[in-house]
Design a protein around this ligand. Sequence first.
Ligand SMILES: [Zn+2]
Length: 68
Amino acid sequence: MKRQFCLPCFLELQKAGKHDIKRVGGGRNMKITCWRCKRRRYGAEYEISRKGSADQTHEERGTSNAKI
Ligand SMILES: [Zn+2]
């Protein structure tokens, strides 16, 4: 999936080594809202996927509003 990260968050993710992460979108820094720290900073768009996980369906649960 594509996510936008600032540089510090990208470096941390890369260092943690739990995701495959690579830059997309031409490689230019732009003003983005970082998906990880939620701050508005300079960053870039990355393609990120969890390493060694066949199941990505539970990746983003809990973010949508549940109607009861
Ligand atoms: Zn960030």
